[in-house]
Design a protein around this ligand. Structure first.
Ligand SMILES: NC(=O)c1ccc[n+]([C@@H]2O[C@H](COP(=O)([O-])OP(=O)(O)OC[C@H]3O[C@@H](n4cnc5c(N)ncnc54)[C@H](OP(=O)(O)O)[C@@H]3O)[C@@H](O)[C@H]2O)c1
Length: 279
């Protein structure tokens, strides 16, 4: 990965931190995107220590805030001409229905829309890479998801499974539609399920609620380092340089359920997302 520049979102915790550390260890310049400067600084120090690389930079960006994403993309573009790999990893899961700054249901807003805007804004830099890659971290939870075209921000009958699964299905449909748009270019877009991994996902930072569940399940779950293998594979493997629009688990292409192969929904989501983010 020497001479390659990789951006990782949600880089201060869980798989984002593990992915950033390993890519730095393999010689890439790693741009760690975090929403909190404080948590980001602690994480980048840890990543530098563990990887033995100083070739890392912290950029601040909140994926739940479209203005912040625009600032983040502008800052990146003012410093770098090329982006080799964008790993859209940041994610949230929420028991209660919460909204982003611009009024989107939080999981769709952060997990999908924030990354949709970031990717679109950085696409010209990815196009300038020898072989640009977009890696979207989805989840097997997509299987119970549905795109609620009449109520995408889930004003009616919200529940956590409905919200999280819709956002992770959106990651896949975005990947597939993006891959169609990228035909004829050197840029690929793929997505993945990392497995069940012990991270901070769903853990309440103030109360610690959720930690105990992971403690109980730890023997059955992967570590963040193990969980990051799929993203690392999609970001680096030479043999998939021409593979695009696919969903991977354990480094293998997986067959998707009909809803995740529904290109009408993918087109609808793309058009809706463009409108929401003002593109
Ligand atoms: N863990 C699993 O079993 C599992 C399974 C399938 C898929 N996934 C997916 O894997 C990805 C990584 O999650 P993880 O399990 O490693 O969880 P994690 O430890 O909670 O990491 C999530 C990261 O996303 C960041 N983030 C959240 N909201 C953000 C925002 N508005 N702007 C910028 N960054 C934000 C978090 O930052 P803060 O620390 O500031 O909150 C954190 O760095 C997610 O997309 C998740 O859906 C996880």
């Amino acid at each position: 990965m020497r001479d390659k520049i990789v951006m990782v979102t949600g880089a201060n915790s869980g798989m984002g931190l593990a992915t950033s550390t390993e890519l730095a260890r393999r010689g890439a310049r790693v741009i760690m995107v975090c929403r909190s400067e404080e948590r980001g600084k602690i994480a980048i120090e840890e990543a530098m220590r563990q990887s033995g690389s100083q070739n890392m930079e912290l950029l601040i960006g909140d994926l739940g805030d479209l203005d912040s994403i625009r600032r983040l993309a502008a800052e990146y573009k003012s410093r770098y001409q090329v982006l080799d790999v964008l790993i859209n990893n940041a994610g949230v899961v929420s028991l209660k229905r919460k909204l982003t700054k611009h009024g989107f249901e939080m999981q769709l807003g952060i997990n999908h829309l924030g990354h949709f805007l970031l990717t679109k804004l950085l696409l010209d830099r990815l196009m300038l890479a020898d072989q640009g890659r977009i890696v979207n971290v989805s989840s097997g939870a997509y299987k119970v998801g549905k795109i609620h075209v009449n109520d995408p921000t889930l004003k009616k009958r919200y529940n956590i499974a409905k919200g999280y699964a819709q956002s992770k299905l959106a990651n896949i449909l975005f990947t597939k539609q993006m891959a169609v748009k990228l035909i004829g270019t050197r840029v690929t877009a793929n997505c993945l399920h990392p497995g069940a991994v012990v991270t901070n996902l769903g853990v309440d930072r103030n109360t610690g609620f959720g930690k105990r569940v992971y403690t109980l399940l730890r023997p059955f779950f992967l570590s963040p380092e193990q969980g990051s293998q799929s993203a690392l594979y999609l970001a680096t493997a030479p043999e998939i340089s021409e593979v695009s629009g696919e969903y991977f688990y354990r480094q293998k292409i997986q067959t998707l359920t009909p809803r995740a192969n529904n290109m009408e929904d993918a087109q609808w989501l793309w058009d809706w997302s463009e409108k929401q983010v003002g593109l």
